[in-house]
Design a protein around this ligand. Sequence first.
Ligand SMILES: CSCCC(=O)C(=O)COP(=O)(O)O
Ligand SMILES: [Zn+2]
Length: 215
Amino acid sequence: MTASLPYDPQRLARCADEIIVNVRELAERGWTPATSSNFSCRMDATNVAITVSGRDKGRLVAADIMVVDVGGNPVATTQKSSAETLLHTQLYKRFPEIGCVLHTHSVNQTVASRLYAAKGAIRLEGYELLKAFAGNTTHDTLLDLPVLPNTQDMPELASKVEALLDGGPMWGYLIEGHGLYAWGRDMAEARRHLEAFEFLLACELEMRRLGASSN
Ligand SMILES: CSCCC(=O)C(=O)COP(=O)(O)O
Ligand SMILES: [Zn+2]
């Protein structure tokens, strides 16, 4: 902490490095097209490092990561944080154990979100990869990945997410025609959850193509 900044700049630098390295790999897989997607890491009890709105997420540099407080307000900067900042900060505010939030726009996430929007969720059941989610120890379980309607009204979307969170522990949700939010206690866990959701959605879409889906 310095006298002029209400956060530790070295902590911001470490968070920015972690976001840049990981997001470059996600972008190489085509999960962040056309400047889409946004990413954040908790810095401390009140501050969050988050991507600046509109930046090419495959080419992030340190200047593309800024600080907001857990209320979503910019901290010591005039930069504009992600248009979806509220969807990140609501998680940090409510769950002190959450350390990282990742949002991507892969083809599988986007197509699945449209196919299952009317149902409101995609049931993921019987997959070994369900053990990738914190707390799961067996394939013999099920996880309903919620699908929320898309809107540009972030407070409205955030209030729908709050209602989902009231229902118990969860590690992600889809937004219709938009993409996936996933989170974890740190970058490694959030990324594991994100990759597991992506893989399981790809499996469900392939099962549908083969006419073998019970979903
Ligand atoms: C061209 S992407 C549309 C906005 C969006 O969904 C997104 O994830 C990126 O928004 P941001 O403000 O975080 O750059
Ligand atoms: Zn988005």
